[in-house]
Design a protein around this ligand. Sequence first.
Ligand SMILES: Cc1ncc(C[n+]2csc(CCOP(=O)(O)OP(=O)(O)O)c2C)c(N)n1
Length: 572
Amino acid sequence: MRFISGNEALAQGAYEEGLRVACAYPGTPSTEILEYYAHIPEIDAQWSVNEKVAFEVALGASVRGARSLCAAKHVGVNVAMDPLMTSAYTGVGAGFVLVSCDDPGIHSSQNEQDNRLFAKAAKIPLIEPSSPSEAYAFIKTAFQVSEEFDTPVMVRMTTRISHTKENIVIGTRKDIPVRPFTVNVPKYVMVPGNAYKRHIELEQRLVRLKQYAEKTFLNTIEINNREIGFITSGVSYLYAKEMYPGASFLKLGFSWPFPETLARSFSKKVKKVYIIEELEPFLEEHVRLAGIPCTGKHPSFRIGELRPEHIPYIVRGKSKEEKASGARKPVLCPGCPHRSVFTVLKKLKKIVAGDIGCYTLGALPPLSSLHTCLCMGSGITFFEGFGKAGERNAVGVIGDSTFVHSGITGLINAAYNKARGVIIILDNSTTAMTGNQPHPGTGVTMQGEQTKKLSLEDLCRVCGADSVDVINPRDVTALEKLIIRRTRENALSVIIARYPCRFVLKVGGCPPAYDKNKCKKCYMCLTVDCPAVRKSEDGYIVVDNSLCAGCNVCVEMCGPGALERNKTKHEA
Ligand SMILES: Cc1ncc(C[n+]2csc(CCOP(=O)(O)OP(=O)(O)O)c2C)c(N)n1
């Protein structure tokens, strides 16, 4: 028995089911699935450079005969959409599962799309666990379904299932040998003539999958009070069960292709049918298509995470009552190397095309110096777009991991299409946002082994940057001069602002010394928005030594010299 999270339970279940290859790019709430495999020798696990690559490597392993898995956060599946759509045509070799971890409520994402729609769009079966123990059990069935029907399978998790912990009785690993590879050009080479035939095969497979959905043990009916019948899936089932324990339920663990006959027979056993689901009215549309009278949720419930207390509102057909969230404002960590870059960009009044990572926090006051953030890679492409619209004061910023994920093509495009200006790669030598995973620029694998190290400076040069500078962003004055110099040139420049994240460095520095007598209470030190520096009741400054990482960016901002540099342990 082990007390593990939904992600760990799913990872363990897949391990027991003979998984051999696992690929992902980190992304909340999916990250722990791959981290589980880092030290399991039977599984070849990797941080891939992005989700498209992860999907293809894993699918390639499946086509060659090894059971494989690709995990991604919901928006990661967007990146893998191109291979996903056609993989439904080719089918698989050995079992292949795509785990989509969705983020209703947008705890840590750029949107809250419902990836159940993607399973339907891609025409692959959809399995929805509602708890860690089901994640453990259902992933096994997912591999079996994948092989039985020769299809990729989507297992859809959501934040609450991924991160909830439960006691799970775990088992042992099955020995499932790698299958031999048989050349099968009509199946695996998707040129129009072959693809057309595979599409026919795919539609026939969907008919068989629908029949499977009608009888699989993943879909269960619980008949209790016949006045109220809930059709539900995923964590929404638990919420409905918690609020209406005596009601009847059709719980769909295999929700697409939709088991119409099962839903119809359930509806005949109860007086009224309610659909309980998070985000899109996915089940509801299918229930209505089947001609089953039902009550769905008010459209206000398409937004945000569902909570148990919402269920009575849905039953009464009412809208959601929004309560103001009392969430603390997020802030860059003390010692974060990104802080000084945004301080300088603010001073220079730049328009900043931003991207996704810890550094997106540069958008918040008082730094307020990141002005757009759409998706991974858009820091560079938006920078180019701004230029095409005539903007000469724009700067693009992108993190090192994000640059490798999807910034490289944007840089090549910018160079090829004669963009001018400055792109800053915020290189803290890690993927900090998702918990400090390594990436090719770090030269370390998921397992902590040394590997080929990607030189970002060499790469930027061959992509077509006219100049590439590497600078320590802790030297605020030098950074400012460099940005001014490069923006004045009629060229495409990349500045790599390189200093490790404090969670990579793991060494603190000495907090600065503070002399009250020199302090003019100008509060320039507060403009860098460091949690370690604050104003006390008497209007003077307090440096919290327990938080301070000794980066001295506040010292650089202090005109009167009241804050003075101590040599940091790292720099000494
Ligand atoms: C398509 C997609 N995949 C993954 C993520 C999750 N994610 C957001 S930012 C990021 C990378 C952050 O690393 P980096 O660019 O180095 O910036 P840092 O956080 O280290 O400052 C990841 C993995 C995402 N939002 N979208």
